[in-house]
Design a protein around this ligand. Structure first.
Ligand code: ZN
Length: 316
């Protein structure tokens, strides 16, 4: 029986320059900036959220732009590539678009009967576009710079390399309730809930166990989604029962979250689907101005003075 986790909620990575990040994800990849806010724990830095038109769970990729952080090293104990979902006919469009923007692509290669184009964002974060038949079950954003029929539909899956492969496999299957779907070339595919695009974690067997170093261009954490607070309480209980240190519930304004790091080095967040990104601005205004949670609103002037100004692509 599937547990309360129904798929991926969002992926969060560390970026360098916020303007370069915005230009790439909103401008080149054509995702919608669904929330312009600050990091609630480091409020003099941005937290940029990209997603589909309304920022549905499973379409969201978010960044902490920390230009002064150290450079990273990819390795074990990290989430690796984030795969984004595109319709099967969109592959040529994307190869041309990425190359026109100076982004080098590897592939297409075949994996689990899907076609994968691999590349990196401007900070070296590994990304993939995965072309597959069921991509069109999720809508493309009609007002973006990329035509809706070829637009990115959200997260397809995320891959990870653990420092303790077997232990992480058990966390995925026994604690988080994912099920093993397939194995291919040292890669084991797990799916949450009903499975499908947006519910996939691929655990890759490490070639060598050199630990990665967190920094610019690496994934900070992966958030899995639960439908409500009750389901989150259930997962909180399970995580604690398995002996992991888990945070109390934190109010992230657009969802409520708990976090725990498993023994393979991977930081997981469990985030609620509600209330979503329209809680403090209407759909048509999403991402158009800096939003702060109520407890930071009194510091707005001070924070704006410390934050670098940002220009959204396509605006003057
Ligand atoms: Zn998060």
């Amino acid at each position: 029986m599937p547990g309360p986790i129904s798929g991926i909620h969002h992926m969060t990575a560390i970026a360098g320059d916020p303007q370069r990040n915005l230009d790439f994800y909103a401008g080149v990849l054509g995702l919608r900036l669904v929330k312009l806010t600050v990091n609630f724990d480091v409020p003099n830095t941005y937290h940029l959220y990209y997603g589909d038109e309304v920022g549905r769970p499973g379409t969201i990729v978010t960044f902490f732009p920390w230009p002064h952080m150290r450079r990273s090293r990819a390795g074990a104990g990290q989430f690796f590539a984030t795969a984004l979902s595109i319709p099967p006919g969109a592959l040529d469009y994307w190869r041309e678009r990425l190359e026109a923007h100076g982004v080098q692509c590897a592939g297409p290669l075949e994996r689990f009967e899907e076609t994968v184009l691999a590349f990196e964002d401007p900070d070296g974060l590994p990304l993939e576009l995965v072309a597959h038949q069921r991509a069109e079950e999720r809508p493309g954003w009609p007002q973006g710079p990329v035509p809706a029929e070829v637009a990115i539909r959200g997260i397809h899956g995320v891959s990870a390399v653990s420092l303790a492969h077997e232990r992480t496999a058990r966390v995925l299957a026994e604690l988080l309730g994912l099920r093993e779907l397939a194995r291919e070339d040292g890669r084991t595919r797990y799916v949450a809930g009903q499975g499908g695009s947006g519910a996939i974690i691929d655990l890759i067997e490490p070639q060598e166990a050199t630990p990665g170093i967190e920094g610019i261009g690496t994934v900070h954490h992966l958030a899995l989604r639960v439908p409500d607070d009750e389901a989150q309480r259930q997962v909180h209980h399970e995580v604690a029962e398995h002996g992991f240190r888990v945070t109390p519930v934190l109010d992230r304004q657009y969802f409520r979250s708990i976090y725990f790091r498993e023994l393979g080095g991977l930081l997981f967040e469990i985030a609620t689907d509600p209330p979503g990104f329209t809680v403090d601005e209407p759909v048509e205004r999403l991402g158009s101005e800096l939003r702060l949670p109520p407890w930071l609103e009194p510091r707005r002037e001070e924070l704006i003075r410390q934050l670098p100004p940002l220009r959204r692509p396509g605006t003057a």
